[in-house]
Design a protein around this ligand. Structure first.
Ligand SMILES: NC(=O)c1ccc[n+]([C@@H]2O[C@H](COP(=O)([O-])OP(=O)(O)OC[C@H]3O[C@@H](n4cnc5c(N)ncnc54)[C@H](O)[C@@H]3O)[C@@H](O)[C@H]2O)c1
Length: 255
């Protein structure tokens, strides 16, 4: 991504920013001038992201956060104000789910943890970021959903799909309830993006090649493909957009 100044003097919080798409998005915000709170339940990952951002001349601080823990999410949002004076953008990206697990093989504990992290974590983020954003004159929230749970039905992803479907509706709810207070809220729905989470699936070369050939774009997504969309939804360029769910999937869901 080319460095610019779209988020100069703005502050962004990115959850699950210790790896994959979250890391790429945190780095992209910083490259565009934002000061970034890099939150993750794995502090080593968050610290590595902060290291990469600062090495590139950006500004960031790491924050140990389990997004399923309400108090931790409150502290994460307050950290933006303590360190950087304000909070303009929240990107709710963290998730946890048992993947490739049919409903009958999903334990009640796994179901609950999926909802706690992947859906309730988004609720907590909105709950504690919105009042700070309103005090600061407004803000933008970008939630990470998935085509699984929106347009696509992926086999054996019951808990994940239920949580991500909830994220789409929560996004709409925040948009209607807080739009007049200056809060925009949108969601992004990635297709198959090459990260640690999808590495086991893509390691099977034959399967991976079959999947790739079905994509109109002819390739899998990269974390920057999603980061670019998140920055658009968080920026003034999308100021008339709210409550929307943007699909970035190389065309998978139109085939
Ligand atoms: N990779 C894909 O193909 C794909 C497709 C659709 C949607 N997504 C979504 O994109 C987001 C990022 O996915 P990814 O592929 O980069 O995954 P990833 O596994 O590389 O990164 C997820 C990050 O979230 C962190 N995390 C896990 N539980 C957490 C918690 N309780 N609190 C805070 N942080 C926590 C992990 O430590 C990790 O750093 C997720 O919401 C995922 O559902 C990914």
């Amino acid at each position: 991504m080319t460095a610019g100044s779209r988020f100069q003097r703005q502050v962004a919080v990115v959850t699950g920013a210790g790896s994959g798409i979250g890391r790429a998005t945190a780095a992209a915000f910083a490259a565009e001038g934002a000061s970034v709170v890099v939150a993750d339940v794995v502090i080593e990952g968050a610290d590595d992201t902060v290291g990469a951002i600062t090495a590139a001349g950006g500004t960031a601080v790491s924050c140990l956060t389990d997004v399923a823990d309400e108090e931790a999410v409150k502290v994460m949002c307050e950290k933006a104000v303590e360190h950087f004076g304000r909070l303009d953008v929240l990107h709710n990206n963290a998730y946890w789910a048992p993947l490739h697990r049919p409903l009958l093989e999903t334990s009640t504990e796994e179901w609950q943890r999926t909802i706690d992290v992947t859906l309730t974590g988004v609720f907590f983020g909105c709950k504690y970021a919105i009042p700070i954003m309103i005090d600061g004159g407004g803000g933008a929230i970008v939630n990470r959903a998935s085509i699984a749970g929106f347009l696509d039905a992926t086999p054996n992803f019951a808990a994940y799909m239920a949580a991500k479907g909830g994220v789409v509706q929560l996004t709409r709810s925040v948009a209607v309830d807080y739009g007049s207070a200056g809060i925009r809220c949108n969601a992004v729905c990635p297709g198959l993006i090459r990260t640690a989470a999808t590495a086991p699936l893509l390691a099977d070369e034959q399967r991976s090649e079959r999947l790739r050939r079905r994509l109109p774009a002819g390739r899998f997504g990269e974390p920057d493909d999603i980061a670019n969309a998140v920055l658009y939804l968080a920026s003034a360029e999308s100021s008339y957009m709210t409550g929307q769910t943007l699909v970035i999937d190389g065309g998978k869901t139109i085939t």
